[in-house]
Write a protein that binds this ligand. Structure first.
Ligand SMILES: Cc1cc2nc3c(=O)[nH]c(=O)nc-3n(C[C@H](O)[C@H](O)[C@H](O)COP(=O)(O)O)c2cc1C
Length: 145
């Protein structure tokens, strides 16, 4: 059975994890992208990213890739920003619809390797949609091959 992999990545680490997952099994990749694309680029983008995360700002995004493929299993790959999920990933989770019988694997990627709170935020949003099968894998960025 195939699965769909959604990922958000500012500096490429989550993209690398996504490509790695895509090799294991028949997979379809969907990238969550900022609109405008450069919203969080550069040093100012980093600061803005932290501020928008802490204020839980709702932002625009677009999905690029095999978004219309039906799949009963999805992988969600996100960096950890300020201990939380980034605004773009949060906006995506809140605006997309997820079937309640989906099996979801969440992968959090961070410098420190602390992704538990970010995972809890994902669970909270998905549980509102009725999703019950939610697993977590936490990666430290220097552990990514
Ligand atoms: C605005 C911002 C805040 C961050 N906050 C944290 C943090 O609280 N803890 C942590 O371990 N890493 C933090 N990071 C580092 C990223 O989680 C880490 O570099 C991750 O690998 C980035 O993934 P990406 O390359 O796919 O964007 C932060 C990065 C950004 C841009």
């Amino acid at each position: 059975m195939s699965r769909k992999i959604y990922y958000y990545s500012r500096t490429g680490n989550c993209a690398r994890v996504a490509y790695k997952y895509a090799k294991d099994k028949e997979s379809y990749l969907v990238q969550i992208m900022d609109v405008p694309e450069d919203r969080y680029w550069g040093a100012w983008g980093f600061i803005k990213g932290a501020i928008n995360t802490l204020s839980k700002k709702e932002v625009s995004y677009r999905l690029v890739g095999d978004r219309y493929i039906e799949s009963s299993e999805i992988v969600l790959i996100t960096p950890v920003w300020a201990g939380q999920i980034p605004p773009t990933f949060r906006s995506f989770l809140q605006n997309e619809s997820f079937a309640s019988d989906l099996m979801v694997h969440v992968v959090t990627v961070s410098r420190s390797g602390r992704g538990r709170d970010a995972f809890r935020q994902v669970v909270k949003i998905l549980e509102k949609a009725g999703v019950r099968e939610i697993r977590h894998r936490n990666l430290k960025e220097n552990e990514i091959e």
